[in-house]
Design a protein around this ligand. Structure first.
Ligand SMILES: [Zn+2]
Length: 399
């Protein structure tokens, strides 16, 4: 899954509990209690997680000025968290643990309130954390954490194609920390795909047949990017592959239904008045973004025409859909408001020119576009192939 940065304001409270609350900064004093905590954690999750902190980590962390909050119930440890001071007011928190028998008892919140009082009194005002676990995220949100993306990560979908690779390269050149996301659509993600209308139209063309080639291209492109952009190994985070079904979303389903039922006539028409279905991606990506809860950059360049896109462009500002300005009949478009439509102001030709100026146009020839390859070659017939403006070179040419 994807690591998400969350933060929570530290507020004072008057909660009292009959436990010993301590902040430990050095190894001496509480060695046996810390070792006991480590062994409790190992006993519970040691067989599913082989990266639990050890006594050596404790020593190393104290040397880096991290500190440990430990709660003791009659000398026996029941909860802990590790902390690193990030700034005068911000504390990064990690490896939080609470013994199983106390979870879900309402005690968690109280313990954190007491912990926060300790920090508040030391001048801290915000705790920061990162989680990739959806259950942990839900629990954190219950006690006041929010998705504020304090790590300032730019999340974006990456297929290894022309547009998404171009966008990622540009973001990395601009010094952004980039988290690429790839949706594996060999998994049944429901939504649009489960709509019987799709099959009735003979449009049951999913999954795409390009997944393996796309993943291979991504690996190759990533290595090339590392060679070309000096600090990119640090900025370009490992791709998050979404291979768990994306959750259903009534608002998105309603919109897809409205645009795809064609009753009494199709709503989505291109500039020649030709009717179109709403794209499968509109459903899949919107549902994913809403489930994810943080803005995601989309790399739709300005090649798609038609009423829908024109309306969309009218209400975009800096890539964001201005929901407040949408007329009432289009309010349902709010489902797309979590995206940054970063490439709507440009197109593939302009992008190629800019890549030439910045010296990465050659890479674009090795991006992969086709959804229905024949062997390891593009079909040159599908919609995606038709939109491509440069040849697709074989990776064999590079060795
Ligand atoms: Zn094709």
């Amino acid at each position: 899954m994807i690591e998400k940065p969350l933060s929570c304001k530290i507020e004072k409270s008057d909660v009292q509990l009959d436990y010993e609350n301590i902040i430990i900064k050095y190894t001496d004093g509480y060695e046996s209690e810390i070792k006991r905590m480590i062994s409790i954690i190992h006993d519970e999750i040691g067989d599913i997680w082989d990266d639990i902190w050890t006594w050596d980590d404790v020593v190393g962390r104290f040397e880096k000025n991290h500190f440990l909050w430990l709660v003791l119930d009659k000398d026996s440890p029941i909860a802990c968290s590790w902390f690193e001071k990030k700034s005068k007011e911000d504390l990064y928190i990690y490896n939080t643990y609470l013994v199983p028998e106390l979870r879900g008892t309402g005690l968690t919140e109280k313990l954190f309130s007491i912990r926060n009082n300790l920090f508040y009194n030391s001048g801290f005002r915000k705790t920061l954390c990162v989680t990739d676990n959806i259950r942990a995220e839900r629990a954190l949100k219950k006690i006041g954490y929010k998705n504020d993306n304090w790590l300032d990560i730019t999340y974006t979908f990456w297929s290894g194609g022309y547009d998404s690779t171009w966008l990622i390269y540009k973001l990395l050149l601009d010094g952004k920390k980039v988290q690429p996301i790839y949706i594996d659509d060999r998994v049944n993600h429901g939504g649009y795909h489960s709509n019987p209308l799709i099959k009735q139209r003979g449009e049951d063309t999913y999954p795409r047949r390009s997944t393996e080639i796309e993943l291979k291209r991504q690996d190759w492109l990533r290595k090339e990017i590392y060679k070309r952009i000096p600090n990119s190994e640090e900025l370009f985070l490992q791709t998050a592959i979404i291979d768990e079904p994306i959750q259903e979303d009534d608002d998105v389903s309603q919109l897809v239904k409205k645009y795809n039922e064609w009753i009494p006539e199709p709503i989505y028409k291109d500039k020649d008045g030709e009717p179109h279905w709403l794209e499968v991606q509109a459903d899949l990506l919107a549902r994913f973004q809403r489930q994810f809860g943080i803005e995601i950059h989309l790399s739709h360049e300005n090649v798609s025409y038609g009423e829908v896109w024109e309306i969309m462009d009218d209400y975009l500002e800096d890539g964001k859909l201005m929901i407040d300005k949408l007329p009432n009949e289009l309010k349902e478009w709010e489902v797309f408001s979590g995206f940054n439509h970063a490439l709507r102001g440009t197109n593939k030709y302009k992008m190629l020119e800019e890549a030439k100026e910045l010296g990465f146009d050659e890479l674009l020839y090795y991006t992969w576009t086709c959804w229905y390859p024949i062997g390891d070659k593009p079909c040159n017939k599908c919609k995606m192939c038709k939109e491509r403006i440069i040849e697709c070179r074989s990776l064999g040419d590079t060795t």
